[in-house]
Design a binder for this molecule. Structure first.
Ligand code: SF4
Length: 463
């Protein structure tokens, strides 16, 4: 484990408030999802269909990109393509500057975090108002999101209350959630109505109509995208679906998997800018379609990861995430999906700890609404890391020595007998420290092994 990852994990494990905050949110989500899935008679068939829809689009990406561009252009939007995060940010900043924007209202988008848009806007001197309640909390705290659905899940309501009192002009006086929500509403509404540009992500891009779909539970996307003069959408190219019907099939799975709700409170389809007869809406709509490594992922064995609809179920059910939270992962995307995506986005050398931090218990794959084989993809990263020699020399030598012994059955059996003897002799019931495995025993004791190994019992015919 790298020193940086180890430090982040140790800090997370030593933080009792973090664990409380994660359990409050992820624990509730886990229970609600289970109820929602129980009440959905054809959940398995829906998952299979959803995976097939996403696989089809990813296999025919060029076709659906052209189709979407033609439909969106016909509806009056302008479509831009960005190969990299820097290109995407440059396009967005260019549009903002051309519109004379001093302030933008942003509706939550993990892609915006992925491409570093908040930073790019700050560098360009453009003010930013995060309108999603959790993103607003993150902005006030000057932190990064720790979950893709609940970016502020690491904060307790007591911490949020203190932040609002520090930053809001007319904060709540009652320590209740409705009073705190009202304080945020008062604060954010002014910013949303005064913004020059609204920036959103997209949950789905509908190829046959050129519509962009966003889902929120607060209505902040609608309020931050309709009043400004310009609406900019930043979306990964994997968000395409052929038609509204296909989007509807995925929407049925998205909310259930994320929060256990049947549908999010607000599901909106934006098709082009304001038309002549429309009472309101932006004068211009720009859609920035971003690759940022997605085509490479498709072509290099990670196509299944492009099915992801960002529901967060994999992290809510992950035993590792539930202990250490999102920040310890170090990348934009945490949890099991982040452990697959981060090496693709940031490079394997910088993030090889993440695939190795997985227990491979398979729970993430079991709950993923689009059946992404996350453990298999994580094992793929581990193999690549080994092939490329990224593991520390001590680990390579240790595993090399073990492999050498394991290929010599007599020697292997003798070594196992010697190890059992030593562990029983010195462990006295429980083993509290092991040479060469201190990282393991630092956090847990192991029971001393039985006197006889499973293989020798099996050889004797014991069943
Ligand atoms: S990998 Fe699956 S479970 Fe995890 S966020 Fe993506 S769609 Fe949801």
């Amino acid at each position: 484990m790298s020193a940086a990852f180890s430090r982040r994990v140790d800090a997370a494990l030593a933080d009792p408030i973090l664990k409380l905050a994660i359990d409050r949110t992820a624990g509730t989500a886990e229970a609600k999802r289970a109820l929602a899935v129980d009440g959905f008679a054809h959940f398995e068939q829906a998952r299979t269909r959803a995976a097939a829809i996403k696989d089809h689009v990813v296999a025919h990406l060029g076709h659906y990109l052209e189709h979407f561009e033609a439909s969106a252009t016909a509806a009056g939007a302008q479509v831009h393509y960005a190969r990299t995060a820097d290109e995407a940010c440059a396009i967005v900043i260019g549009i903002c500057k051309a519109a004379g924007a001093r302030t933008v209202a942003r509706s939550k988008s993990m892609l915006g975090e992925e491409i570093g848009l908040p930073h790019a806007l700050a560098e360009a001197g453009i003010g930013r108002i995060e309108t999603d309640l959790a993103e607003h909390i993150i902005q006030l705290a000057d932190e990064r999101p720790s979950h893709i659905v609940w970016p502020a899940m690491h904060k307790t309501r007591e911490q949020v209350s203190a932040l609002f009192k520090q930053h809001h002009t007319a904060p709540h006086t009652e320590e209740t959630i409705p009073a705190m929500a009202e304080s945020a509403r008062r604060h954010l509404r002014q910013g949303m109505l005064g913004a020059d540009v609204g920036i959103s992500g997209a949950n789905f891009l509908i190829a046959d109509s050129g519509a962009v779909c966003t889902v929120t539970n607060e209505g902040n996307a609608e309020l931050s995208l309709v009043p400004p003069r310009v609406h900019i959408v930043t979306a990964g190219i994997e968000k395409l679906v052929p038609s509204m019907g296909h989007a509807a099939q995925l929407l049925r799975l998205l909310a259930r998997s994320a929060t256990g709700a049947t549908l999010t409170q607000y599901t909106t389809f934006y098709t082009g800018p304001k038309r002549a007869a429309d009472p309101d809406g932006p004068e211009a709509m720009h859609i920035v379609l971003i690759d940022n490594g997605r085509v490479k992922m498709r072509d290099e064995g990670l196509a299944e990861m492009l099915r992801c609809i960002r529901c967060g179920a994999c992290m809510n059910h992950c035993v590792v995430f539930r202990q250490i939270g999102g920040h310890a992962y170090g990348g934009t995307y945490p949890g099991p999906m982040g452990a697959v995506l981060t090496p693709a986005l940031d490079g394997l050398a910088a993030s090889r700890d993440l695939p190795n931090a997985c227990t491979l218990n398979g729970k993430c794959q079991e709950v993923c609404p689009v059946k992404i084989p996350l453990p298999t993809l994580l094992r793929g990263w581990r193999e690549k890391s080994w092939r490329e020699g990224l593991e520390p020399a001590t680990m390579r030598q240790g595993i090399g020595a073990w492999a050498w012994v394991a290929q010599r059955p007599r020697l292997y059996r003798a070594a196992v007998r010697a190890a059992i003897f030593a562990m029983r002799r010195f462990g006295r019931g429980w083993i509290r420290a092991l040479p060469l495995a201190r990282g393991w025993t630092a956090h847990r004791d192991l029971p001393a092994p039985d006197a006889e190994s499973f293989m020798s019992r099996y050889a004797r015919g014991e069943r």
